[in-house]
Design a protein around this ligand. Sequence first.
Ligand code: HEC
Ligand code: HEC
Length: 250
Amino acid sequence: MVVDLRRTLWVAFALGCAALLSPALAADGPDLYGVHCAACHQPDGEGLGAFPALVGSERVLGDPHALTAFVLDGMGQMPAFRNVLEDEELAAVLSHVRTSFGNDAEPIEVDLVAEVRAENEADTETDPVEVDLPEDWFELGEQLFLSNCAACHQASGEGLPGAFPALAGSAYVQGNADEVIRLVLHGRAGMPAFGGSLENLQIALIVSYVRNAWENEAHEVDAAMVETVRGGGDLELEPTTPTTRPGAGN
Ligand code: HEC
Ligand code: HEC
């Protein structure tokens, strides 16, 4: 009897532990939303200014395939999450926005995300954009980053919480290249403008570096592209297509 009771208690204890642990192991939609989406779309999904509301949005509630493709590849100021979120994470965060804030649509399956990711990868691979950079662009970009940016964003790219945003793992940095170049050229709030002090090639090297350092992965840019953005033009670089890194040995 005593042994049975102990075993029963042990099993109950083990099940309790599993129940406590499993939500932390699975991709957590609300958490991921807080980290990756809430700054723009707001914690309540109501959006703000240029950032559209996700509550009642046709794009959110409509075709799951189109929604997944949209968030994977971004559009305008909406960053691409292809290189930021795993399939399971993207499925969790999309399921969260489709079922929260009063939204009431079916969750998104991991398999669908994997399928859409593979389809669009195939599309973009056929159309690589040539960039004109020196062979050792990664090292050159790193040096320029260390002397111009690291005082605030840190050599690790982790930034300083509350003061300087992390560039490592940032969806913004790996998103639309036009936006990143424009920000470095013209600055914003506490972020200084570098358009006056750095030349196009130097900016191209820095932007290419931050988009590919610390496990970031996004298309490089060259001096001509910086010139285009300086002149108010747009790049035809999206969706983000990671290319090989000639200076990084792969
Ligand atoms: C840096 C700000 C920013 C972040 C971070 C961001 N978005 Fe967006 N999002 C935008 C902007 C801007 C648009 C409008 C894009 C357009 O239509 O040109 C948008 C549009 C959308 C739309 C389409 C809404 C509609 O009704 O057309 C969805 C869905 C969406 N975002 C989901 C997400 C999700 C999910 C995340 C997090 C994984 C996220 N966004 C993170 C800025 C952001
Ligand atoms: C004096 C400190 C400082 C320096 C130096 C600096 N930044 Fe920033 N940076 C900031 C601040 C502050 C912000 C946040 C701006 C805001 O609130 O919109 C920022 C934002 C950014 C962002 C946007 C991040 C995001 O996720 O929204 C990028 C990209 C960036 N900086 C790149 C750079 C690069 C590249 C350099 C070097 C050429 C650089 N910064 C130099 C302070 C700095």
